[in-house]
Design a protein around this ligand. Sequence first.
Ligand SMILES: O=C(O)[C@H]1O[C@H](OP(=O)(O)OP(=O)(O)OC[C@H]2O[C@@H](n3ccc(=O)[nH]c3=O)[C@H](O)[C@@H]2O)[C@H](O)[C@@H](O)[C@@H]1O
Length: 421
Amino acid sequence: MVSKGPLLRLLTAINRRRMKLLMGLAFIAYVASVWGNFVNMRSLQENGEQKVESKIEEAVAPLREKIKDLEKSFTQKYPPVKFLSEKDRKRILITGGAGFVGSHLTDKLMMDGHEVTVVDNFFTGRKRNVEHWIGHENFELINHDVVEPLYIEVDQIYHLASPASPPNYMYNPIKTLKTNTIGTLNMLGLAKRVGARLLLASTSEVYGDPEVHPQNEDYWGHVNPIGPRACYDEGKRVAETMCYAYMKQEGVEVRVARIFNTFGPRMHMNDGRVVSNFILQALQGEPLTVYGPGTQTRAFQYVSDLVNGLVALMNSNVSSPVNLGNPEEHTILEFAQLIKKLVGSRSEIQFLSEAQDDPQKRKPDIRKAKLLLGWEPVVPLEEGLNKAIHYFRKELEYQANNQYIPKPKPARMKKGRTRHN
Ligand SMILES: O=C(O)[C@H]1O[C@H](OP(=O)(O)OP(=O)(O)OC[C@H]2O[C@@H](n3ccc(=O)[nH]c3=O)[C@H](O)[C@@H]2O)[C@H](O)[C@@H](O)[C@@H]1O
């Protein structure tokens, strides 16, 4: 018989080794599976992250495009502006720069590449007239009344601030006087301090109801100093006097433009002057209101001609007054008929009582401007009127579309109380 002892020991030793081997294999398998899971999870996570990233990208891409479009629209939103070197670029102040003439002058000087500061108290001026420049690096808009002093650094001052339409300047005659006297003194004081050249927007009204026809710059005028137009007429006359006092006493460089009747886009709907009144009346089928018999005469220039004349005068060496106007003269009745025809309106013409101290005839003699500035108006009357008619047609549409007509909402009951939204 073979003894069990050594055999049993042998078998036990083999089993232990197997067990160790098996356990070793099991451990390796475990480590491998843990590693595999880890690798799987990583790749799953990476896939997931990629998917999330691509989802975000999908959502963001159109936004990115929109931002690009917005950026483009910001850089393209201004009218094109010339580049001027530091030497040629001027710092220009326009008082009344948000008004009818002032805003067209702002456009011209901005597009020529200058730095423009507009000062306006918004009595007759409107932000809308210059809003297309707001934010431009060469443009600044200041809400300020020239009756108060102003301290800024400028090279040129176009002093236009004053209501110009008879109903507007007669609305508050004392304010009109202050604007044209104290306001002009303040601007001349500024010109003196900073060594700027000042152009005064004077008027054909300095000739009053003229006894000389056409009016040349040597005519002293025929103004009623205590009539309803005096606040403006005499205000502008003394403003001219101030300019020449500052020139002689303080050496301030001055330019004086005597502006004749002007019309064009951006005249206020309630301006009250004849061209805007007739166009609006014709467009709305209302009677065209002629004050008096309509035999009084005027000569109308289009606003772009005036703006070119103002810039030419400012940059000339002519310090004495210069008439700027279009010498094509018509009676007011002729204007009414022409505007009716151009609008294609069937409005009647209504004769109302004559306005007090209304100048009976007016026509500029522009030989001085032609000779010394090389300037004359180039826009034919009918072409200008058609542009103004187009503008007022659009304004009427704009007003109709923007009219806010509040609709009363029904009252809602809450906890026994009536609540209005
Ligand atoms: O348009 C301008 O630039 C000028 O306007 C006014 O001068 P004025 O000639 O009296 O201007 P309007 O009020 O347009 O009047 C022109 C003529 O038309 C008449 N008119 C005016 C309005 C109207 O509805 N109907 C009418 O017959 C007036 O009585 C006047 O005879 C200002 O006083 C001037 O400073 C300014 O330069």
